[in-house]
Design a binder for this molecule. Structure first.
Ligand SMILES: NC(=O)c1ccc[n+]([C@@H]2O[C@H](COP(=O)([O-])OP(=O)(O)OC[C@H]3O[C@@H](n4cnc5c(N)ncnc54)[C@H](OP(=O)(O)O)[C@@H]3O)[C@@H](O)[C@H]2O)c1
Length: 249
């Protein structure tokens, strides 16, 4: 089955492409690097030719809420319109668990618009909502690092392996549209500061971590169980410890 993977060169998208290929399907990796810009629609008609399904794993680092909303609405409208022209039968969107419980985060605001356009749209759909990826603690420390110190908020997460999320996206894409959201989370709950510390240690990076909500890009509205999955979420098998061992090389 031909499946176009939007953001097919990204962290998640390239794993989706690999899984689809390994299971005998025909993935097409779509990105600006392959001449397609979903924010304008340029190149989309050619990229979707012959595709039975689309996985949207695109991402965008927004400076503010307005920019995030602009990007995700334009990209999703362009994508759904091109899918209709190409006769695509299933749109699979990668989203995030807990979007509706977090008002202030710009990325989440953009993703909410993306979800609404997909679920109200004409193309049969499935949304796969994932919790934070295992790398998220270290990634956040990278964003806030000044000198040898970085701020990481004491956020409770149920992190998941990117490879497990990609496996579910590929499985869903070659199946029938569900018209609902499927959540995926990892097997254990962790503290983000501890995850960041252990990841940076494993990579041999000496960074002094400051556990605080102040000067953090994440708001305190994400504290407690806000980002944890609901009952019925798919629980992925890979543990943080297994992933960490691979980081040590
Ligand atoms: N990080 C987490 O913990 C987490 C958790 C749950 C869900 N998610 C979701 O996962 C999704 C994917 O994240 P990721 O980390 O895999 O992203 P990523 O590594 O930044 O990859 C983004 C992909 O999108 C492509 N892209 C960006 N702008 C584009 C444009 N205008 N037109 C066409 N392609 C474009 C990029 O390629 P080019 O640059 O070549 O265009 C790249 O292939 C995001 O939507 C995010 O919300 C993340």
């Amino acid at each position: 089955m031909r499946v176009a993977v939007i953001g097919g060169t990204g962290l998640v998208g390239r794993h989706v492409v690999d899984v689809l290929r390994a299971t005998g399907h025909d993935p097409v990796a779509v990105s600006r690097g392959s001449g397609v810009d979903v924010s304008t629609g340029a190149g989309l008609d050619d990229a979707l030719a012959g595709a039975a399904a689309v996985v949207d794993a695109v991402s965008f680092e927004a400076a503010d809420r307005a920019a995030a909303e602009r990007f995700f609405s334009a990209a999703t409208e362009n994508l759904l319109a091109a899918e209709q022209r190409a006769g695509v039968g299933h749109h699979v969107l990668l989203s995030i668990v807990g979007l509706d419980r977090v008002e202030g985060n710009p990325h989440y605001a953009g993703k909410r618009i993306q979800e609404a356009l997909v679920s109200d749209g004409a193309i049969p759909w499935t949304i796969v909502a994932a919790t934070q990826f295992f790398d998220f603690g270290a990634q956040l420390a990278g964003w806030t690092r000044t000198g040898d110190a970085a701020v990481v908020p004491p956020l409770l997460v149920r992190p998941v392996a990117v490879a497990d999320v990609a496996g579910l996206l590929a499985e869903v894409a070659v199946g029938k549209p569900l018209g609902r959201t499927v959540q995926i989370a990892g097997p254990e709950t962790h503290d983000l500061v501890d995850m960041a510390r252990r990841t940076l240690d494993a990579r041999g990076e000496a960074v002094r971590l400051i556990a605080s909500w102040d000067d953090s890009p994440l708001g305190v509205e994400m504290a407690g169980n806000v980002l944890l999955p609901d009952d019925g979420a798919r629980i992925a098998p890979t543990t943080f410890e297994t992933w960490l061992a691979a980081q040590r090389g």
